[in-house]
Design a protein around this ligand. Structure first.
Ligand code: IMP
Ligand code: MG
Length: 180
């Protein structure tokens, strides 16, 4: 059953499951013999993070951070603020940043700068969704679940105004919901 605020289902539960499994397999191969630290950027990536972590068969550790979000808008303000930092040191670690969506790139551009200064052995970005058309900062992800066109999507952890995170699929939100 589709939620009445969803215009179209982009990726079903099954499609998400399969793609996340593929990403996990890729990370397994790339990091064989190493112990990567998965750092999830909350809140949007919490479901992706949980599934991706279980698709990785290495000695991984996990950590979480919270950065400022859009609030009730659909366009990034360009201002990024760390509301909750990682709990552990990343120095010398193979860091994989786990994001829900790479959109304008503002958030990750800023985060990369901050995290690089802490001297991890390596940093890569793993994002579930990539909207390259919207990019205003020179940043690309190393692992991309799906490359999508410019539409506002929700579900599988992604929200609009803190709603719809619990939808098991990823769908396009009806513009009338935020158009007002
Ligand atoms: P950026 O800083 O513009 O790259 O935006 C990154 C953040 O904006 C993502 O991590 C999401 O939390 C949020 N975001 C961007 N596009 C969407 C969308 O279509 N649906 C829900 N959240 C989005
Ligand atoms: Mg996010």
């Amino acid at each position: 059953m589709m939620h009445r605020d969803i215009e179209q289902i982009l990726y079903t539960e099954e499609e998400l499951r399969r793609r996340v499994r593929d990403l996990g397999a890729q990370i397994n191969a790339d990091y064989a013999g190493r112990k990567p630290l998965l750092a999830s950027v909350l809140r949007g990536s919490f479901i992706f993070m949980a599934d991706l972590t279980r698709a990785i068969d290495l000695d991984v550790t996990v950590d979480f951070m919270v950065v400022s979000s859009y609030g009730a808008g659909t366009v990034s303000s360009g201002q990024v603020e760390i509301k909750k930092d990682l709990s552990d040191s990343i120095e010398g670690r193979d860091l994989i940043i786990v994001e829900d969506i790479l959109d304008s790139g503002n958030t990750l551009y800023y985060l990369m700068e901050v995290l690089r200064a802490r001297k991890p052995a390596s940093i890569r970005i793993c994002t579930l969704m990539d909207k390259p058309e919207r990019r205003t900062k020179p940043i690309t992800a190393d692992y991309v679940g799906f490359t999508i066109p410019d539409a506002f999507i929700v579900g599988y952890g992604l929200d609009y105004d803190e709603k719809y995170r619990n939808l098991p699929y990823v769908g396009v939100l009806k513009p009338s919901v935020y158009g007002k």
